[in-house]
Unconditional design. Structure first.
Length: 147
């Protein structure tokens, strides 16, 4: 009986999350996790905790635990990648999204990666990207419209 209630709460939370109502989704996922500690519920709860409460470390640990329990489910990687984006850690987010795509095709992960875009090539290819010449030359060329 508790699993059926948890599934219902998860569905309500997922619908709220799709509509952008993360506060209501947070309440639903919290109740669902209390009734059944399923990794998918925990992963979605982690995303909502990060978005609404700003508790990023707790959210990251919940997602990593969900990934450890179900490494083939791409939804966990999607949630963890979004949390990394909220913290400003774009390289880890991209890496996490790519790990999720290796396990399962997920249109939401593909959309996130498309939204992030790709980097342009270095201006001077034999220098490192972090070299000040590359950085300032890139800024300059972008300002004058050549890049």
């Amino acid at each position: 009986m508790a699993k059926a209630e948890a599934e219902k709460l998860y569905c309500e939370g997922a619908d709220a999350l799709d509509r952008g109502n993360t506060l209501f989704a947070l309440a639903c996922f919290e109740k669902a996790v209390q009734k059944d500690d399923h990794p998918l519920y925990s992963s979605c709860l982690a995303y909502c905790i990060a978005k609404e409460r700003g508790q990023f470390q707790m959210a990251i640990s919940l997602c990593k635990r969900a990934i450890a329990l179900e490494p083939d489910r791409s939804a966990h990687y999607l949630n963890l990648g979004r949390i990394y984006l909220m913290t400003g850690d774009k390289p880890d987010a991209i890496s996490t999204f790519r790990d999720g795509l290796r396990n399962e095709a997920n249109t939401q992960i593909i959309a996130e990666l498309d939204r992030l875009g790709t980097r342009k090539a270095q201006v001077i290819s034999f220098l490192k990207r972090s070299n000040p010449i590359n950085i300032y030359l890139g800024y300059f060329l972008k300002r004058i419209g050549l890049r």
